[in-house]
Design a protein around this ligand. Structure first.
Ligand code: ADP
Length: 393
């Protein structure tokens, strides 16, 4: 049984084709610059990589070319082998708390929620429509980034603003990265063999969020109405006092969109270090004696620590703290610093076990009061698994 997992952007389309009998990726790749000059595709399979400039004016062209390539490269023999297509969908507002079979209503909803994810929801629809045209008989499933966070209670998802903002305009915490946090929860539940775990899941990538999870359900998360809030990220500020926005608008003669752009694209690690948004460069900078890099690193780890501490109290203790995504899976110094900051909670890292990159592992010392794990995330597999489950129902 083969399932395709799709992440459609406004000018790009990422895919992974899974053999669901083994949960292995048969082929994966990226179609870029759709509708722009010099569009190209990259397909990886069987240890090989094919990279080619191809003309694509629409997402439908990209899907058409993708399927032709899968056949011509003999990755599949016939299109009938693809039994389901799962789409990563960004914003399901408070209507979608689970993955769903995609029908007209889902498409209409995605478009009607576009104010909440203007870059992503319309692009997700382009991906869906392209597959509908090219593979009209294949069932499709939508997996929302916001869905896992729908179990968060009102006390945690409401902001302390006039309640009409929530009732009339949907101003509330939605949270993102839900598919990743749910995948981490599934892996830990299976590996540890308990479904009543209290987990603090740290998804530390270029974007980043932390979730508090109890009995498999999300209790709180750091991203909010948009992905801008919460922890410091590569280029996003995370939480700030909102009064800074009009103050800087006046000082810099910027409009609100321009200030938001700075908060999304020029802040975070990049803003503080004035060097890079990439944690590897920050660590290199520290090794070269760069004070701003050290400040960015320390502040990043401080904010992560503070949220873990908050969620520790909110969960009434914690069984597992897990690290995932680019920084969480790979940065030994970030995990070390955060765990050192948490020493007063009895958190104790095993420095030797922490010496891993991008692989699953328990990294806590035997005497640690909380188990610490590195769990590589796999949102594409989660999407494929949901797709298989829903099309088999
Ligand atoms: P995204 O949020 O875009 O999916 P990723 O989860 O791929 O991002 O994370 C990308 C980030 O991971 C990079 O910007 C970099 O900061 C960090 N990263 C990747 N590899 C390493 C490494 N070996 N050490 C430290 N940080 C790393």
């Amino acid at each position: 049984m083969k399932i395709m997992s799709i992440n459609a952007g406004s000018s790009s389309l990422k895919f992974s084709l899974f053999n669901m009998d083994s949960s292995e990726v048969i082929a994966s790749g990226l179609f870029e610059r759709i509708g722009i000059e010099h569009s190209n595709c990259i397909i990886k399979f069987n240890g090989q990589k094919v990279e080619q400039e191809v003309e694509m004016n629409t997402h439908t062209d990209a899907v058409q070319i993708l399927l032709e390539k899968l056949i011509s490269l003999e990755i599949i023999q016939s299109l009938d082998e693809i039994e389901g297509v799962g789409h990563r969908l960004v914003h399901g507002k408070d209507k979608y708390s689970n993955s769903v079979i995609i029908n007209d209503e889902v498409i209409e909803d995605l478009l009607s929620f576009k104010e909440f994810a203007p870059l992503h929801n319309p692009a997700n629809v382009l991906g869906i429509q392209a597959f509908r045209e090219v593979l009209p008989n294949v069932k499709m499933v939508g997996v929302f980034d916001t869905a896992f966070h729908q179990s968060i209670e009102k006390e945690n998802y409401l902001y302390a603003v006039p309640s009409d903002w929530y009732k009339d305009y949907g101003v509330r915490k939605y949270g993102f990265h839900g598919t990743s946090h749910r995948y981490i929860t599934d892996v830990l539940t299976k590996k540890i063999g308990r479904d009543d775990l209290k987990i603090i899941s740290c998804h530390l990538g270029n974007g980043g969020s932390i979730s508090a999870i109890k009995d498999g359900k999300c209790v709180n998360t750091t991203m909010g109405f948009t992905p801008l809030s919460g922890i410091i990220m590569g280029t996003r500020s995370g939480d700030i006092d909102s009064s800074i926005i009009p103050y800087v608008m006046e000082k810099e003669g910027m409009n609100v969109g321009e200030v938001l752009d700075v908060l999304n694209k020029q802040s975070g690690l990049l803003g503080i270090s004035e060097k890079s948004s990439d944690m590897r460069d920050i660590i290199d900078g520290i090794n070269e004696g760069d004070e701003e890099c050290l400040l960015a690193f320390n502040k990043y780890c401080r904010v992560v620590t503070n949220y873990i501490a908050q969620y520790y109290v909110e969960l009434g203790g914690c069984d597992v703290i897990s690290f995932t995504a680019g920084v969480g899976e790979n940065s030994i110094p970030v995990r070390q610093k955060v765990c050192e900051n948490l020493a007063c909670l009895g958190v104790k890292l095993d420095l030797e076990k922490n010496n891993i990159h991008g692989e699953f592992g328990k990294i806590s010392a035997d005497s640690s009061a909380v188990s610490l794990y590195v769990v590589p995330t796999d949102e594409e597999l989660m999407i494929a698994q949901d797709t298989l489950r829903l099309i088999s129902d």
